[in-house]
Design a protein around this ligand. Structure first.
Ligand SMILES: N[C@@H](CCC(=O)N[C@@H](CS)C(=O)NCC(=O)O)C(=O)O
Length: 263
């Protein structure tokens, strides 16, 4: 393809590389991922949290290999290959990170084996969790000031919905809401890295909204599944440089620049 982003480091590194190495062996359930992708990280965290046996396959979604397109015509990561039956080698594909996470939650629901459920049992609470799982990343290009105001608005609306005292969105229970938001929260520091002061989140003060936000962020920073699926910091600086400089040619980059819906 003409518009392939070739500057992207091609491999996982750091903790994510160690995790990928532990899941390199052939296994019927496969996660096709890209180390840099926040949507992939959602699916990957879910696999880790539930200790689901799987194979992790690192691919570059910007080089659309025919075998990959056959499985996922959209050519996006994450793609999950689910064995068609226990015996067959045939696989059924699944894509869309939120759908993959919910599939894993449903298919591996035995709490004795896979740990506590990642969605509440109460139907209203379950629906409320889904509202916040279905969060959207900004889609329009704008100035750093507009972007900051909008980001702070998002964070405040989100934090306002968090159960007190936390630390998680649903209080004591870690859930798919935390998993869905974690990859973006983990990448927020990159804004300050490219545009110092750009993020503008107050450092001091534990009361109110920012205090609650910080409690959640700290819990996230200490969550093993979140850290295990993270490559070395400097790789993200490299990977997102093209977004910060607005020079990426990926479908996501093009959509963002044109103010269109993300793929
Ligand atoms: N809505 C999708 C988005 C996935 C997505 O955008 N993945 C990006 C990498 S972060 C991708 O595969 N991009 C390939 C391309 O844009 O050509 C999801 O939630 O899984």
């Amino acid at each position: 393809m003409a518009n392939v982003d070739t500057s992207l480091p091609s491999e996982t590194s750091g903790a994510a590389a160690r995790l990928a190495a532990r899941h390199a062996d052939e296994y019927p359930l496969k996660l096709y991922g890209g180390w840099f992708c926040p949507f992939v990280q959602r699916a990957w965290i879910t696999l880790c949290e539930k200790k689901i046996p799987h194979q992790y396959v690192e691919i570059n979604p910007y080089k659309k290999e025919p075998e990959f397109l056959e499985m996922n015509p959209r050519g996006l990561v994450p793609t999950l290959a689910v064995p068609a039956s226990a015996r067959s080698k045939q696989q059924k594909p699944l894509f869309e990170s939120a759908i993959i996470c919910e599939y894993l939650e449903d298919a591996y629901s035995d709490e004795a084996k896979y740990g506590p459920a990642l969605l509440p049992a109460d139907p209203y609470e379950r629906a409320r969790a889904r509202l916040w799982i279905d969060h959207h990343t900004p889609e329009k290009p704008y100035s750093i000031e507009q972007a900051r105001d909008e980001l702070h608005g998002h964070i405040k609306r989100l934090t306002d919905q968090m159960d007190s005292p936390g630390p998680w969105f649903l209080g004591q229970e870690f859930s798919l809401v935390d998993i869905s938001l974690a990859p973006w929260a983990k990448r927020l520091w990159l804004i300050d890295n490219y545009k110092p002061g750009g993020l503008g989140i107050p450092k001091e003060g534990q009361d109110g909204i920012w205090g609650r936000w910080r409690t959640w962020m700290e819990a996230l920073e200490n969550r093993q599944s979140v850290n295990d699926t993270w490559s070395d910091d400097e790789r993200y600086v490299l990977a997102y440089k093209r977004y910060a400089e607005d020079t990426t040619n990926s479908l996501v980059g093009q959509a963002t620049r044109q103010g269109k819906k993300l793929p």
